[in-house]
Design a protein around this ligand. Structure first.
Ligand SMILES: [Zn+2]
Length: 220
């Protein structure tokens, strides 16, 4: 254990003790760094970007860090995120992939998992929370399975367990991404919608998708 790790452990030990929980080190994979940041620096970034130290983003950071370590140097990669909650922000904080530049796709399967893969070949790695490995981490289980109401969960202890556990609660699987998710399809020709008059991709049909009934708005 490095000096940095020791000092971080003692910080968490003091915080955990202050919250009435004896601190114990279980077999984990202590997170010294997340991406190119220290664990504490990452927590600050999360707070600034997301508005709070959301546990989903802390776990997400550990997952992205793991996935990044599996991608060979020099490979241009894209990302798929399988939930719309929290995890996309961890990918956007730690990789060049954003929903805006199209390198991150959110396919909301409701699963807390992500993949990074070669953007042309589709070969890559999927990282997911492993239900077998999570069992002994009580606070993480309470949070993930919503076993306790949020206000009864101990957030300091939860973040401490995430820091201690690191990759020990995750598993990886090699994946290939289906070709339809690799295709770089442009928007094609654009024309004005005969109904609302706004420019839209003609490939969507005779009317824009909003005028075909996909608009989320009530007409006022
Ligand atoms: Zn329209």
């Amino acid at each position: 254990m490095s000096a940095t790790q020791k000092s971080a452990v003692s910080v968490w030990a003091r915080r955990s003790a202050a919250h009435g929980h004896p601190f114990r080190i279980v077999a984990g994979n202590f997170m010294d760094t997340i991406g190119r940041y220290s664990f504490q620096e990452y927590l600050k970034m999360v707070e600034a970007f997301h508005g709070s130290q959301a546990p989903g983003l802390v776990l997400g950071g550990i997952m992205v860090d793991y996935a990044l370590s599996e991608i060979p140097a020099g490979v241009l990669f894209d990302a798929i995120c399988e939930t719309s909650a929290c995890l996309p922000d961890a990918i956007q904080l730690l990789t060049p992939c954003t929903t805006g530049n199209g390198w991150l796709k959110v396919i909301d399967l409701g699963l807390f998992a992500l993949s990074l893969y070669d953007k042309y070949q589709g070969e890559g790695v999927r990282i997911f929370v492993d239900p077998e490995k999570i069992k002994e981490w009580v606070e993480i289980s309470n949070w993930l399975y919503k076993l306790k109401p949020k206000k009864e969960q101990d957030k300091d202890r939860l973040l401490a367990q995430m820091e201690q556990a690191g990759r020990a609660i995750l598993s990886k699987r090699l994946i290939g991404v289906k070709p339809q998710h690799l295709a770089r399809v442009g928007k094609g020709a654009i024309s004005n919608c005969p109904e609302c008059g706004e420019p839209y991709p003609k490939r969507d049909g005779a009317l824009c998708l909003a005028c075909q009934g996909r608009s989320p708005y009530i007409v006022k």
